[in-house]
Design a protein around this ligand. Structure first.
Ligand code: ATP
Length: 343
């Protein structure tokens, strides 16, 4: 798969559904739409945060982008080309996944030289041994494990969680990817080093132009690092837009709930007493719900919400899947778009 240049998205999901076999509360077989007709474009050099509570489908979407799950409906496109049926190895030259758990994702019996060298050699078999070593040292410097010579022959078991996550990120960078899909990369790390990893992702984007999908439960970290925020609920994207717009003026009742529940003192929309349901009550995608999937929890539910599924409405720079915005005009600021009403 070759990289083509152009102004379109680097990686995109187009009406993507991933469906698992599951069981409902009574034990009957049901389909679980972990992702349901999701459309999302990732543009060159941007950091997009995908936020939502546990079970909302964030990991499933990342794994579909990484081709671990094949689409049941819709498409994944890389620079506009369908990827179904294309060789995976050449795709992984461009798109890399960083996992949540830096302890499980690195082989603790191999040295860092082996772990990074193997990835470099798979993608660049023409390099000599000394060229591979030079690249490993360069990668260690990029992820701030310095002096790099002190780390290259160490085993992951001698590193802290934050240092291991840096090795995972270095391994992703080893192929000089266009896109990194970072699935909760800081959630298993000490709070004190989470910011370092977020700053590293930001540096990778600025210095290498890598597009990053940052998946997280934590709205404050998403706000810190991302340009755009997409909110997922029960397998669907319910709101997206420039991060500051979404955070300072959340439109969807679910986004309002998430923000009101976030331990972020700088939030601008505090909860009104009694107006939000419990955010710890996760959505169950195996549950049959007619109309909007958020309607059983929505403080603003209307008759229409239980009868019809809302489409995406454009409100200013945001896209919101909620009937509250049917026919609502909001001031639109001058900003270039690709003309399509897609997140
Ligand atoms: N292999 C699978 N088989 C059946 N159901 C699955 C499978 N993988 C995920 N699911 C279901 O799909 C839904 C979405 O899961 P997913 O892990 O994508 O959510 P998430 O938002 O990433 O949650 P978390 O933050 O807890 O990882 C959940 O209801 C989950 O139980």
């Amino acid at each position: 798969m070759t990289r083509t240049t152009g102004s379109g998205p680097v990686l995109s999901a187009d009406q993507l559904s991933i469906i698992f076999d599951g069981k409902d509360a009574a034990g009957h077989a049901v389909e679980v739409r972990a992702c349901n007709k999701v459309s999302l474009d990732l543009h060159a050099g941007e950091i997009v945060a995908l936020v939502g509570e546990s079970g909302s489908g964030k990991t499933t979407l990342a794994r579909a982008f990484a081709r671990i799950f094949a689409p049941d409906e819709g498409e994944i496109r890389f620079h506009g080309e369908r990827i179904t049926g294309r060789p995976k190895r050449s795709f992984y030259r461009h798109v890399q996944l960083v996992y949540q758990d830096p302890f499980a994702s690195l082989n603790s019996l191999k040295t860092i030289r082996h772990i990074l060298g193997r990835t470099i050699r798979i993608h660049k078999p023409e390099l000599t041994r000394s060229e591979v070593t030079a690249q490993i040292l360069q990668l260690l410097e990029m992820v701030a494990l310095t002096p790099a010579e002190d780390y290259i022959d160490r085993f992951p078991s001698s590193l802290s969680g934050g240092q291991r996550q840096r090795i995972s990120i270095a391994r992703a960078l080893a192929v000089e990817p266009d896109v990194i899909l970072a699935d909760e990369p800081t959630s298993m790390l000490d709070v004190s080093i989470r910011l370092d990893v977020l700053n590293l992702l930001d540096a990778i984007r600025r210095e290498r132009g890598v597009t990053i999908l940052y998946i997280t439960h934590d709205i404050a970290s998403a706000r810190y690092v991302s340009d755009r925020m997409c909110v997922m609920y029960s397998g669907e994207l319910v709101e997206s837009g420039p991060t500051e717009e979404v955070v300072s003026n959340p439109r969807h009742p679910y986004t309002q709930l998430l923000l009101a529940s976030a331990p972020d003192p700088s939030r601008t929309k505090p909860a009104e007493p009694g107006d939000t349901p419990d955010v710890d009550e996760p959505a169950d995608p195996s549950q049959a719900i007619s109309g909007c999937r958020f309607n059983p929890r929505c403080p603003a539910v209307m008759d229409r919400c239980t009868a019809e599924k809302p489409p995406l409405f454009t409100v200013g720079e945001q896209q919101v899947k909620c009937w509250l915005y049917d026919g609502v005009e909001a001031p639109t600021r001058a900003r270039s778009t690709d003309g399509e009403h897609r997140p």
